[in-house]
Write a protein that binds this ligand. Structure first.
Ligand SMILES: [Cu+2]
Length: 341
């Protein structure tokens, strides 16, 4: 019978699998339990074929150069943060904007509190800035954007589906953009980590515009208002913002963890210094890895998604800092990545 009507049989199988896949995705996003993942796998090869091809794929195989970024101070670029006499990208206006957006019902109620706990998402408070002997400014309080990295083992694969070019209104998860990502890596002590994206979100932070949570071929960071201003403005091959799981030494450590991955032009020089805005773009002879014009950043933030919106919650990594506490974030750099498409 199948041989007599192969086309029709195939079509029915496809449409059934596609409906099933939609249901599986919805349940995985709604409860974050991951049970949908098994259901999707059960749908088999037809379900895979029902999904359109990714718009972009970036990856790095095992055995290539990977870094764990240590917490540390960050130089504040005058082009982004102004001067001590004329500061820019401060926190207060962003908190004010967030409070107004919350009152208007356009932002989750947790956001103003989160910005107080983690201002670097949107700016640097004036009182947190120190003046250096040469008249520059620095954020001394340890940040995830230091110039110090440790070599680790790691690999990742990311797939991006960019279905919309503006952040649509509604809750953070309300976007047609999609991504898939799994990264496995060690810390400098040899503990094992696996980070798995569950779904894309539009970060509900004042000033952010993330093209629907998946951004391809554009700029962000620096003075753009999207992404922390502690990173320089950066050409972006592919980026997503999302929520997912963190496994440490084989055990689930954190669910609904806010994360961001971006494959960008190279922003670290051969001394591992993170370029400032004025130093971009780096010249090829400055790139960390010879001939490597791009690299991929994965940051797992001290933020958890809740029903009331994102809240500050340090990540309990297995890597203990000199202060005796676990490093509360992970910033992994894949320095020899490949842009597959
Ligand atoms: Cu970014």
């Amino acid at each position: 019978m199948a041989a007599a009507t192969p086309q029709r049989t195939w079509t029915l199988a496809m449409s059934g699998a596609a409906m099933f896949a939609l249901g599986a995705c919805a349940s995985a996003s709604a409860d974050g339990s991951g049970s949908g993942t098994n259901a999707a796998a059960d749908a088999g090869g037809e379900q895979m074929a029902a999904q359109p091809a990714p718009d972009r794929i970036t990856t790095q195989d095992a055995g290539k150069v990977t870094y764990w970024v240590m917490p540390g101070p960050r130089e504040l670029s005058p082009a982004v943060f102004g001067t001590p006499d004329n500061p820019r990208m401060t926190l207060a206006p962003k908190v004010k904007a967030a409070k107004q957006a919350v009152e208007a019902g356009k932002m989750p109620p947790s956001v103003p509190g989160l910005l107080q706990d983690l201002p670097i998402l949107v700016g640097v408070p004036e009182k947190a800035r120190s003046t250096t002997t040469d008249g520059g400014m620095v954020l001394e309080h340890p940040t995830p954007f230091s110039d110090e990295g440790r070599i680790i083992q790691g690999k990742f694969e990311a797939k991006f589906w960019d279905n919309i070019d503006r952040d649509p209104p509604g809750k953070p998860g309300n976007t047609p953009d999609k991504a898939e990502m799994t990264a496995t890596f060690t810390d400098p002590k040899g503990n094992d980590y696996r980070v798995v994206l569950d779904h894309v979100v539009k970060p509900p932070f004042p000033g952010y515009e993330t093209d629907g949570g998946v951004l391809l071929n554009g700029y962000h960071h620096g003075s753009t208002g999207t992404g922390t201003p502690l990173m320089p403005q950066i050409w972006t091959i592919g980026a997503f913002w999302g929520v997912g799981e963190v496994h440490v030494n084989g055990e689930l450590r954190s669910k609904k963890r806010v994360m961001h991955l971006m494959t960008t032009e190279t922003v670290r020089d051969n001394d591992y210094n993170l370029a400032t805005n004025a130093e971009m773009p780096l010249r090829p002879e400055q790139w960390l890895v010879k001939g490597q014009a791009h690299h991929t950043h994965l940051i797992v933030l001290p933020i958890q998604a809740t029903k009331k919106g994102p809240v500050f919650k340090p990540l309990k990594t297995a890597f203990t800092l000199p202060n005796g506490k676990p490093q509360p974030f992970m910033h992994i750099m894949f320095e020899q990545d490949t842009v597959v498409k």
